[in-house]
Ligand binder design. Sequence first.
Ligand code: NDP
Ligand code: 2IT
Length: 460
Amino acid sequence: MAITNKYVKSVYNDLKKRYKTQPEFLEAAGVVLETIEPIVAANEELYKKNAILERIVEPERTIMFRVTWMDDKGKVRVNRGYRVQYNSAIGPYKGGLRLHPSVNLSILKFLGFEQVFKNSLTTLPMGGGKGGSDFDPKGKSDAEVMRFCQSFMTELVKHVGPDTDVPAGDIGTGAREIGYMYGQYKRLMNEHTGVLTGKNLLVGGSLARKEATGYGLCYCVDAMLRDNKKSFKGKTVVVSGSGNVAIYATEKATELGAKVVALSDSNGYIYDPEGIDLDLVKQIKEQERGRIKEYADRCKHKGVKYHPSTEKDYSIWSVKCDIALPCATQNEIKASDAELLAKNGCFAVGEGANMPSVPEAIEIYHNKGILFIPGKASNAGGVAVSGLEMSQNSERLSWSFEEVDAKLKGIMENIYANVASYAKKYDVKTPAGKYNLVAGANMAGFDKVAQAMIWEGVAY
Ligand code: NDP
Ligand code: 2IT
């Protein structure tokens, strides 16, 4: 990582000293700080006077709590719960809740930090936050998940509200979990409000929220491809993960004329040379909460193969593709995976997950001329439609699928144009001579938040 500006360097060095044990957070902060250097250089005195960099890297508030619940055998279980309220300069804190055994403060701070800039890019009035718990919903009964969610919300209720902080889904938190949390919020507060997004359509959820992240990813990547005189049509695509984002990215990429040939979960990946049968994936994943391996056992297509993650040199990125859409989790594309993608002729990567590419992988994309759009721009469709859900809740109306989808498409195309325009304005190019969209996204997202913080004075 090459940070040259002295002010930026001093802020990053302080962070590295203070948060030695938070590698994911330092990775996210490092990439943002490194790539916003041109806009910092252009506004250095103003930012210094207002301590903008020193402030923007620290969450406004971090809430950590114990979540105690009882399993089906009557055993009392304990998890750790968190909400990182990162930045409220442009609106109420907004961001998902992750339920996964790996969850810790480093991961939630990286996610909350990224969310601040992502939400800014949507142009909607939303600040950034993230939360969750190291609770693992996998293998738990519905009753256990419900008891966990009720206990989690019993504390969270003190810190959230439709104009304060509006959580939503993320890894491990889907419609079921949002429902149990919403029910408990209502019971404690005695009010029906838009305190969570991703709600059931019966109680104020938005049409197209379920599809939003995956569809939005494809709309954004499509804008990037068109800008480079390319398209999804006739292209081979690899999507990692098989959760909410992966499923609807596969659906939209297919609709745009591509063939998706691989999907994964944490146990392995499937390769289907005929193109993924998405109805079967939805049945296995959305209905049965099963494993992706079952696809290989049940799919009628010829040549389907399952690769367990225990295989030697395992990597879904070894599957030859034109376009890669990582939609599982952070740091899933290492430098060696990026090399594989490049070697096999992949020409575009669009991130559905948050920070799925390690910094060294991004360097490889940039050196090899692979088109690359980072998650905080390309996966912003989920939170954008969450913002639209908040608007619908406020006016106590619901919009049609077509209306929400059209707004989503407009937002994603606008994000691409704005990101590209910042890269152009500050003339930041990759070694291969393309505009650097990582720098563009970070500068565009940062600029609005920094301006709002300055306007609001020394508040937080
Ligand atoms: P889901 O829980 O629906 O699906 C996650 C998928 O990724 C599953 O297939 C899961 O496999 C796989 N996965 C998760 N963790 C790991 C891991 N450590 N190693 C390997 N595979 C893993 O989550 P989403 O689809 O909602 O989220 C996917 C990504 O997209 C995350 O990075 C999330 O932060 C990001 N995102 C989500 C948004 C949303 O609206 N939902 C919005 C923007 C970004 P398994 O079942 O085996 O764990
Ligand atoms: O990472 C993300 O943007 C999300 N998990 C969605 C957040 C939201 O508030 O909809």
